[in-house]
Design a protein around this ligand. Structure first.
Ligand SMILES: N[C@@H](CCC(=O)N[C@@H](CS)C(=O)NCC(=O)O)C(=O)O
Length: 212
C-alpha cells in the first residue's frame, strides 16, 4: 500500500499507526504542506479537498483518516481488531474518535500555530493565546481523566481506534513541551504510557517501515 502524506501530520500518523498496528507494509509518499504540494492539480486529483492523507491499495484510493483506519482494520490480518464488535463498546469508541478532532484538535492546532507556524512564517508567539489554548487542551484532558477512571482504554478493556486517534496529537504535545498537561493527570498519564509504548507506535517513531 502507499500513503500520500507527511510524518509531521497528525492525520497521516493516525493512518500510519493503524497500518502498523494491523501489520501492513506501507510506503509513505511525501506531500510537503509547507510548499503547498497538497494544492497542486495532481494532488487535488487524489483528494479534492487538498488535504492529506490519501491511501492507495492497488488501484483503490481513499481519503479521510477515519475512513482509512476503518478500511485498514477490515483487511485480513492476524492482529486484533481496532473496532469493538459489541454495539455499546463500538458506539463509545465512535464517541471518543469524534471528540479528538472536534474538541481537542482546535486548541492543539492553536498551540502549533503560536509556537511553530507563527515564528516559521515571520510572526510572533502570543503568550496569552498559548495560555488560552492550553486551557482548552486542559478542559478536554479533564474529561479524559474522568472517563479513564477504573478503565485502561477509552472504549473499555482493550486498545481500540478510540485510543489510537489520540496518539499523534499527544505526541505533538510532547514535542511542543506541553506534556505537563498529560503528566499532571494520573489516569491520562497512565493511559498515555500504555498507548505510547505499544510496538506499532515505537516502530513509527523509529521511522521503521510498517511490516510484520
Ligand atoms: N478530516 C481529515 C482532515 C485532513 C487534514 O486536515 N489534513 C491536514 C494535515 S493533518 C492537511 O492536509 N492540512 C493541509 C492544509 O490544510 O492545507 C482527515 O482526518 O483526514
Amino acid at each position: 500500500m502507499k500513503l500520500h502524506g507527511n510524518s509531521y501530520s497528525t492525520c497521516t500518523l493516525k493512518a500510519l499507526l493503524a497500518l502498523a498496528e494491523k501489520g501492513h507494509a506501507v510506503e509513505l509518499i511525501p506531500v510537503d504542506l509547507a510548499k503547498g504540494e497538497q494544492r497542486t492539480p495532481q494532488h487535488r486529483a487524489l483528494h479534492p479537498f487538498a488535504k492529506i492523507p490519501v491511501l492507495f491499495d492497488g488501484d483503490f484510493h481513499l481519503y479521510e483518516s477515519g475512513a482509512i483506519i476503518r478500511y485498514v482494520d477490515g483487511l485480513p490480518s492476524s492482529a486484533p481488531s481496532l473496532i469493538p464488535t459489541d454495539a455499546k463498546a463500538r458506539a463509545v469508541m465512535e464517541q471518543w474518535v469524534s471528540v479528538e478532532p472536534s474538541y481537542l484538535q482546535p486548541s492543539v492546532f492553536e498551540i502549533r500555530k503560536q509556537l511553530f507556524l507563527n515564528p516559521m512564517f515571520g510572526g510572533k508567539t502570543d503568550p496569552a493565546e498559548v495560555e488560552k489554548a492550553r486551557a482548552g487542551v486542559a478542559g478536554v484532558l479533564d474529561v479524559l481523566e474522568r472517563a479513564l477512571e477504573g478503565r485502561p482504554y477509552l472504549a473499555g478493556s482493550t486498545y481500540s481506534m478510540a485510543d489510537l486517534v489520540y496518539v499523534p496529537t499527544f505526541q505533538f504535545l510532547v514535542i511542543a513541551r506541553q506534556d505537563d498537561l498529560i503528566l499532571t493527570r494520573r489516569n491520562v498519564a497512565a493511559w498515555w504510557e500504555r498507548i505510547s509504548t505499544r510496538p506499532a507506535w515505537k516502530q513509527i517513531l523509529a521511522g521503521a517501515p510498517a511490516s510484520r
